[in-house]
Design a protein around this ligand. Structure first.
Ligand SMILES: *[C@@H]1O[C@H](CO)[C@@H](O)[C@H](O)[C@H]1NC(C)=O
Ligand SMILES: *[C@@H]1O[C@H](CO)[C@@H](O)[C@H](O)[C@H]1NC(C)=O
Ligand SMILES: *[C@@H]1O[C@H](CO)[C@@H](O)[C@H](O)[C@H]1NC(C)=O
Ligand SMILES: *[C@@H]1O[C@H](CO)[C@@H](O)[C@H](O)[C@H]1NC(C)=O
Ligand SMILES: *[C@@H]1O[C@H](CO)[C@@H](O)[C@H](O)[C@H]1NC(C)=O
Length: 266
């Protein structure tokens, strides 16, 4: 016990501590030290709120630790790792953009969705490359405000409001349930997502809007995904395509269309 505290104060190891270090090394990773435990705070989190996977008594002598989604430690399920020797984190393929890994072992999740519910696994490697694996889980329940909508797969949908608009009036291409963790989304005129058909894009990470060659000066792109058209003409009638890229660069394409009819003249 005395040695554990001597070890904790680097550079201040008393001579007595040095003498005892040799015998200590052999029993170093013996499970006599305080047991690692993980808890989800809170264990049952409201959708769109945050949760912390809190690690107690993370061993001091780790080389690296990894967080995985699920209970298997396959490479494709890796959210992030923390390399202790260089004090650096690295994101894995299962990183959604909403997780933060801390040097103390904990993993912080922002704006959880129902899909985040389930098990997570912490995998630790010590100086002798001995492995320790621990899992934790949390539930996600819908918030009261949104409990009227299906709580599970909130599918992204697009509708034109109105679908049949009078010439010179406005139309909104309204996006419901835009995924939270997008890198970027684009709006295109027509059904092909060629660069020359781009109206505008929204870069989520930097909150930046870039206009494309098809931007007529009458369209406004919103951070919630929607595209607002002002003073439509007959030539605006037809199909439009929303193209989304998530953190893993997975693509989702959603078409929508509206008609334009002439103003009534009396
Ligand atoms: C989580 O909390 C909600 C709201 O209090 C409750 O309806 C649900 O049963 C809880 N789920 C679990 C797994 O505890
Ligand atoms: C680890 O760090 C996070 C972020 O600073 C903090 O919220 C959490 O309480 C820390 N965990 C422990 C066990 O100290
Ligand atoms: C690791 O990096 C964090 C954040 O930059 C810093 O607070 C901490 O002191 C560093 N630890 C070591 C051992 O270098
Ligand atoms: C749009 O509305 C106009 C006027 O009500 C109607 O004449 C026309 O048929 C409608 N077009 C479509 C495609 O629904
Ligand atoms: C997106 O923002 C626009 C402009 O503020 C608004 O009209 C529209 O209702 C919003 N869409 C959703 C789904 O909230």
């Amino acid at each position: 016990m005395e040695l554990a505290s001597a070890h904790g104060h680097r550079g201040q190891i008393p001579w007595r501590g040095l003498l005892l270090t040799a015998s200590l090394l052999t029993s170093w990773s013996a499970p006599t030290t305080a047991q690692v435990t993980i808890e989800a705070v809170p264990p049952n989190v409201t959708e769109n709120k945050n949760v912390l996977l809190l690690v107690h008594n993370l061993p001091q002598t780790l080389r690296v630790f990894y967080w995985y989604k699920g209970t298997t430690t396959d490479g494709k399920n890796e959210i992030a790792r923390f390399i202790t020797s260089i004090n650096m984190s690295k994101m894995g393929p299962a990183f959604s953009g909403r997780e933060t890994i801390y040097s103390n072992g904990s993993l912080f999740f922002q704006r959880v969705t129902k899909k985040d519910e389930g098990a997570y696994t912490l995998f630790m490697l010590d100086q002798k490359f001995d492995r320790t694996v621990m899992s934790v889980r949390f539930s996600v329940h819908p918030s009261l405000l949104t409990s009227w909508s299906p709580p599970t797969t909130a599918q992204v949908t697009v509708e034109a409001v109105p679908p049949n608009v009078t010439e010179n009036k406005n139309v909104l291409l309204l996006v419901h349930n835009l995924p939270q963790a997008l890198r970027v989304f684009y709006w295109y005129k027509g059904t092909t997502t060629d660069g020359k058909n781009e109206i505008a894009r929204f870069i989520t990470s930097s909150n930046k809007i870039l206009l494309g060659p098809e931007h007529s000066g009458r369209e406004i792109i919103y951070s919630n995904g929607s595209l607002f058209f002002q003073r439509v003409t007959k030539k605006d009638e037809g199909a439009y395509t929303l193209f989304m890229l998530d953190q893993k660069f997975d693509r989702t394409v959603m078409p929508v269309r509206f008609s334009v009819h002439p103003e009534k003249h009396h």
